[in-house]
Design a protein around this ligand. Structure first.
Ligand code: PLP
Length: 424
C-alpha cells in the first residue's frame, strides 16, 4: 500500500467518498460497544469462579480467627504467596484490600500530609512535581492532579521512560518528588522496562531526598506472547543504598476479580514500618477473609502462573485481531505508528498529529466508545493529539473484529481530512 501522504488531491477525495460510505454502512449495523476501560471479559472472570466457593477455613495458618479484627499487615500465608511470586521478602509486604490504586493514593497522600522519613510534607512546599511517563495510566495522573502536583511528561521508549531525560530532570530539582512506573507490560503500550532502565531508576541521583518511585506492577503476570520479566527494583535499589524510595504495588484485580481481590504494597523495611504506623490509625485490620479466600484459591506461584496461562490463551487471539487488523488495514499507509505490545492489556497507537480526538469521536458516532483521546497524558491533554488506547480484553472476538474495522475506517477518514488540510 502507498503511503497516504504521497496521494494527490483527487486520490484523497476518492478515498474520502469511499470511507464516508463505509462509515455510513457501518453505522447502520447499530453496533454498541464500550471499549473505554481495560476490563476482563466474562469468560476470563469465569476462570476465577472458585473464588466464590465457601472458605475452606476462616482460620489463618497460625490459628488466628480471620473473622475478627487484627493482623494489620495481612494474612501471612497470602503475603507469602506474593513474596514468592514477586521475589520480595515477606516481611516487606503489606496486604491491602481490594484496590492497589487505593494504596497508591494513600501512599501519595501520606507524603503530602505527613512527609516521609522526616522530610517536609509535600503540602508545605510551594509546588511538587511528578514525572509522568507518557502515554501512561490515566488514574495515576489523576492521583497527582488530585494533590495539585505539577505533572511533567517523560516520553516512553521501547525500553521504558526516557532515562536520559529522567536523570537530567531529577538531579537538580528538589521539587521533583517522584515518578509513576508500570514496569511490565505498561498501560497502555505493553512496554517492558529494560534491565538498564530499572537499574538507572533504582540508582537515580535525585536532588529530592524524598524521591519516590511508584512502581505499579499491575500486569506483572500478564504474559500474552512470550514470558518477559522485569528486574527486581527493590533488590537493585537496596544495592544502590536507596531502597526506601521504591513503593511497589501489585494486585489481583486483573488475575481474579477487578475490585474483588487483594492488593499489595512493598518497600524497604523502614518504609513499610512507616506505612504500617500510618495504617494503624486508619484501620483495625484488613479484610482477612478475602485474603484467606485469595490464598486458598491462588495457592502458590505455580498455580497462579497456570491460571494466568489460561487468561493469556483468551487474550492472545484478541491481541491478534487488533494487531492483524491494524497491519492489514493500515499497513504502510503511514497513518499510524505503534510499539508492538509485549503483553498486558492494551495496544496504544499514534495517529497523524491532531487526529486522535476526531477519530475517537467518529468511532463513538459509529457505535464504539474508546478510551477518551488525551486520557493517556497528564491533565487529559495529549500535546500532539495522537494517542489512542485500544482496550481489547472485554469484547468478544466478533465484536472486537467489528470494532477494529470501524476504528480503521475512522482513522482513514479523519486522516484524509488532515492530509487534505496540510497539502491542499
Ligand atoms: N494500575 C494499573 C496500571 C492499571 O491498569 C489498573 C487497572 O486498570 C490498576 C492499577 C487498578 O488496580 P486496582 O484494581 O488494584 O486498584
Amino acid at each position: 500500500m502507498k503511503k497516504w501522504e504521497n496521494l494527490n488531491k483527487e486520490q484523497l477525495l476518492e478515498l474520502k467518498e469511499l470511507y464516508d460510505k463505509e462509515f455510513e454502512d457501518f453505522k447502520k449495523q447499530g453496533l454498541k460497544l464500550d471499549m473505554s476501560r481495560g476490563k476482563p471479559s466474562p469468560d476470563i472472570l469465569d476462570l476465577s469462579a472458585g473464588l466464590l466457593d465457601p472458605l475452606e477455613s476462616w482460620k489463618t495458618a497460625d490459628g488466628t480467627d480471620g473473622r475478627n479484627y487484627g493482623v494489620p499487615n495481612g494474612v501471612a500465608e497470602c503475603r507469602q504467596i506474593f513474596a514468592d511470586l514477586l521475589g520480595i521478602p515477606v516481611g516487606q509486604i503489606i496486604l491491602g484490600n481490594n484496590s492497589s490504586l487505593e494504596l497508591m493514593y494513600n501512599a501519595y497522600m501520606r507524603m503530602y500530609v505527613f512527609g516521609a522519613m522526616g522530610n517536609k510534607p509535600w503540602k508545605d512546599l510551594d509546588t511538587v512535581k511528578f514525572l509522568c511517563p507518557s502515554p501512561g495510566y490515566d488514574r495515576h495522573f489523576a492521583v497527582s492532579q488530585a494533590f495539585g502536583s505539577e505533572m511533567i511528561i517523560v516520553p516512553m521508549t521501547e525500553d521504558g521512560p526516557d532515562m536520559d531525560l529522567v536523570e537530567n530532570l531529577v538531579k537538580d530539582d528538589p521539587l521533583i518528588k517522584g515518578i509513576w512506573c508500570v514496569p511490565l507490560y505498561s498501560n497502555p503500550q505493553g512496554v517492558v522496562y529494560s534491565d538498564d532502565t530499572v537499574k538507572r531508576l533504582a540508582s537515580l541521583e535525585t536532588a529530592a531526598e524524598d524521591f519516590r518511585i511508584f512502581w505499579d506492577n499491575a500486569y506483572g503476570t500478564h504474559h500474552v506472547f512470550d514470558k518477559y520479566t522485569v528486574a527486581n527494583i527493590l533488590d537493585l535499589a537496596r544495592e544502590a543504598g536507596k531502597e526506601d524510595r521504591v513503593y511497589y504495588f501489585f494486585s489481583t484485580s486483573k488475575i481474579t476479580f477487578p475490585g474483588g481481590g487483594v492488593s499489595i504494597m512493598a518497600s524497604s523495611p523502614a518504609s513499610i514500618a512507616e506505612q504500617l504506623k500510618h495504617l494503624s490509625f486508619q484501620t483495625i485490620g484488613p479484610d482477612k477473609l478475602n485474603q484467606l479466600r485469595t490464598a486458598q484459591f491462588l495457592k502458590n506461584p505455580d498455580s497462579i502462573r497456570d491460571h494466568m496461562s489460561k487468561i493469556s490463551a483468551i487474550l492472545r487471539p484478541k491481541f491478534k485481531v487488533v494487531l492483524d487488523t491494524l497491519e492489514n488495514e493500515l499497513g504502510d499507509t503511514g497513518l499510524v505508528s505503534y510499539i508492538k505490545p509485549k503483553g498486558g492489556y492494551f495496544v496504544a497507537i499514534d495517529t497523524l498529529e491532531g487526529c486522535a480526538k476526531a477519530v475517537v469521536a467518529m468511532a463513538k458516532d459509529g457505535g464504539v466508545v474508546l478510551t477518551g483521546a488525551g486520557a493517556t497524558y497528564p491533565y487529559g491533554i495529549d500535546p500532539k493529539d495522537t494517542n489512542i488506547r485500544i482496550a481489547s480484553t472485554y469484547p468478544s472476538l466478533d465484536e472486537l473484529t467489528q470494532a477494529m474495522k470501524l476504528l480503521c475506517i475512522c482513522i482513514k477518514r479523519v486522516s484524509i481530512d488532515k492530509l487534505l488540510a496540510i497539502h491542499y
